[in-house]
Each structure stands twice: as structure tokens, then as C-alpha cells.
Design a protein around this ligand. Structure first.
Ligand SMILES: CC(C)(COP(=O)(O)OP(=O)(O)OC[C@H]1O[C@@H](n2cnc3c(N)ncnc32)[C@H](O)[C@@H]1OP(=O)(O)O)[C@@H](O)C(=O)NCCC(=O)NCCS
Length: 170
């Protein structure tokens, strides 16, 4: 983390949308993730979204959409971590980690029990995510890059992970 510019993480607010979109488009070199976030906002599918500030400037963003675990008898709440993005000029300075750690702390405080992520295990394992924790949950994303982290002692029973429709519409 840079000593010169302490990283402040706060909830996304109305008015942040264009700055968030700029970070997403730059980090992913295209519009798909920014469009996904706009659909998630419109559909009300975000449990939490955080921005990281470098001074007044938005330098990072993470969204935590609602997921559902479907079993034959019921469905249970879960959360996704997606997307996570840091402005290219500010990557590898701890901003992504600060966003993930703050989001996980807030979700734990909300009483959420499990978070799923599709990403590079080399990055996400530092926060405790593992493919083993996700392995009992069915998903079209299943595999080494599909990971989960339980936040309390009562994760949902195994079942199928349902993503919001916003993920299909890209
Ligand atoms: C991935 C991303 C969010 C990481 O944020 P960041 O602020 O650069 O990362 P941090 O500074 O918190 O962490 C840096 C560490 O992560 C590692 N790292 C960064 N990006 C990585 C990646 N894509 N895969 C694996 N490791 C990665 C660095 O090597 C560094 O490791 P070290 O701590 O062992 O030195 C950022 O690089 C980014 O926006 N990338 C483009 C968009 C993207 O790929 N998002 C993730 C989608 S799953």
C-alpha cells in the first residue's frame, strides 16, 4: 500500500456510476463488466458495492451480487464477488486486496454465510477462497477457478448456484 496516498474504501454512492464505469472499462479493456454492473444495479441485485478512493478519485471497485443456492426443497442466500477492478495505473498497490477484505468484513457483519468467486486461485486464495469450499455446489462455472469462502459456521446446504439474470444478458 502506498504511504503517500492512503486507500479509503467506502460504499458506492449515487454519482459514482461514471467513475466506476471508467475504472471497469479500463481494467477489463472493454465494456462487458461495466455493462454487467449497470444491469445488476438496475435489477437491484447488488448486496454491496464498494469503491476505493485515491484522494478524490475512484481507483477501484468491487461488486457483490446476490446469488441463490437451489436445493430440491428450498433456496438459500449466497453472494458473488464480481467484478473486481483496479485502475491500471494503480494496480499492485494493495487496492484490490483492500476492497476484497473490506467487503468480506461487511458481509460477515451482515450475516451472509458464503461468497463465490470465479477467478485466479493465485489471487483469491490469499483471502481464504478455495475450490474445495465450492466443490459441493453445482455451477456452470465449476472447476479450479470456481471458489468459495464460508463466512460463518452455517453455510447453505449443497445445491445448485443460481446467478442473477444480469450475468446471462451480456
Ligand atoms: C486483479 C486486480 C483486481 C488485483 O488488484 P490489485 O490492486 O492490482 O491487487 P493487489 O495490489 O491487492 O494485490 C497484488 C497481488 O496480487 C497479484 N495479482 C494481481 N493481479 C493478479 C492476477 N490477475 N492474477 C494473479 N495474481 C494477481 C500480484 O502479483 C500481487 O501479488 P503479491 O502480493 O504476491 O505481490 C487488478 O489487477 C485488476 O483490476 N485487474 C484487471 C481486472 C481483473 O482481472 N479483475 C479480476 C477478475 S477475477
Amino acid at each position: 500500500m502506498s504511504a503517500a496516498a492512503p486507500i479509503v474504501v467506502r460504499p458506492e454512492r449515487s454519482g459514482d456510476e461514471m467513475d466506476v464505469r471508467r475504472v471497469l472499462d479500463a481494467a477489463f479493456a472493454g465494456p462487458e463488466e461495466g455493462e454487467l454492473v449497470e444491469r445488476l444495479r438496475v435489477h437491484g441485485d447488488l448486496v454491496l458495492s464498494l469503491v476505493a478512493l485515491d484522494g478524490e478519485k475512484v481507483a477501484g471497485y468491487v461488486a457483490w451480487p446476490r446469488l441463490w443456492i437451489e436445493t430440491p426443497r428450498d433456496e438459500y442466500k449466497a453472494v458473488a464477488l464480481a467484478p473486481l477492478a483496479v485502475a491500471p495505473s494503480r494496480q499492485r498497490d494493495g487496492i484490490g486486496s483492500a476492497l476484497v477484505r473490506e467487503g468480506l468484513a461487511q458481509l460477515r457483519a451482515f450475516g451472509e454465510s458464503i461468497v463465490f468467486v470465479l477467478g485466479d486461485p493465485a489471487y483469491y486464495r490469499r483471502f481464504g477462497f478455495s475450490a474445495e469450499a465450492a466443490s459441493g455446489y453445482g455451477s456452470t462455472y465449476s472447476g479450479a477457478h470456481f471458489m468459495a469462502l464460508t463466512l460463518n459456521a452455517s453455510p447453505p446446504p449443497h445445491g445448485r448456484v443460481r446467478y442473477p439474470a444480469a450475468f446471462d444478458a451480456g
